[in-house]
Design a protein around this ligand. Structure first.
Ligand SMILES: Nc1ncnc2c1ncn2[C@@H]1O[C@H](COP(=O)(O)OP(=O)(O)OP(=O)(O)O)[C@@H](O)[C@H]1O
Ligand SMILES: [Mg+2]
Length: 222
């Protein structure tokens, strides 16, 4: 049985697809991975996957897309049997799909930028997580800080305050604001395949931390 990792957020453009594609490809370096695009018709992960397939870069990664939450549940059931990991790129809405991802994932990652607008929007998502927990669903969710300006004190203060306010822990590793992320997405690549060692190292650190959190054996890939 594979491990399901859901990438969820109610706001658009926060970095769900960036996180989903880079994470899926990073895991696929040493495991069988399925990436499911559950954000159709937008389909960013599916388009990224098509580019990667065209260039013969899929390796142990397969990419699928689903139209609604029923199709998602069926697809996850099928692919979790065949893969070590299933990564789901969710839609920017509090839709049934988001609830289904929450219910099926061992770990939910919530990309978030250190801006008040994004933090306010995330409060709605936290409400849904709480609802699920009230129904005794064990939702394991972590914030992943994205476009984070490490050098600015305001970003750190805002980040700390948001974690308290939202009642969610964040992963220690944060992603910075780097051109590399948009360059690779458009080319069907990952930051591990791009000549920006800061982006590459920070993402490798994040993957390391996610594997540790999941209790997956961590080989030294860095
Ligand atoms: N850390 C980052 N640094 C620079 N650009 C980034 C970063 N994260 C994401 N981006 C860019 O911001 C845009 C939105 O990111 P992405 O598509 O991953 O977000 P999303 O939450 O999936 O958005 P959507 O709601 O459109 O599905 C993309 O062009 C992406 O390349
Ligand atoms: Mg997206």
């Amino acid at each position: 049985m594979g491990i399901v990792i859901g990438i969820i957020q109610v706001k658009g453009g926060v970095g769900r697809s960036t996180l989903a594609t880079n994470l899926a490809a990073a895991l696929a370096r040493s495991a069988r991975v399925a990436l499911i695009d559950a954000d159709v018709p937008q389909g960013t992960s599916a388009s990224w996957g098509a580019l990667r397939k065209r260039d013969g870069r899929l390796g142990q990664l397969m990419v699928a897309s689903v139209a609604d939450h029923r199709a998602l549940v069926n697809k996850v059931r099928e692919l979790v049997e065949l893969n070590d990991f299933v990564v789901i790129d969710g839609p920017p809405r509090l839709a049934e799909v988001t609830r289904a991802i929450m219910a099926m994932s061992r770990l939910c990652l919530i990309p978030l930028g250190a801006s008040v607008a994004e933090i306010w929007a995330t409060a709605d998502l936290v409400g849904i997580i709480q609802e699920a927990r009230d129904r005794h669903l064990n939702v394991n969710a972590r914030i992943v800080w994205n476009r984070f300006r490490q050098q600015t004190r305001a970003a750190h203060e805002l980040g700390d305050a948001a974690e308290k306010q939202l009642g969610l822990f964040a992963l220690q590793h944060k992603l910075g604001y780097r051109v590399a992320y948009s360059e690779v997405l458009a080319r069907g690549l990952t930051v591990a395949e791009w000549p920006d060692h800061l982006a590459r190292d920070e993402f490798a650190g994040l993957v390391f931390e996610i594997k540790q959190l999941l209790g997956v054996s961590v080989e030294m890939e860095k």
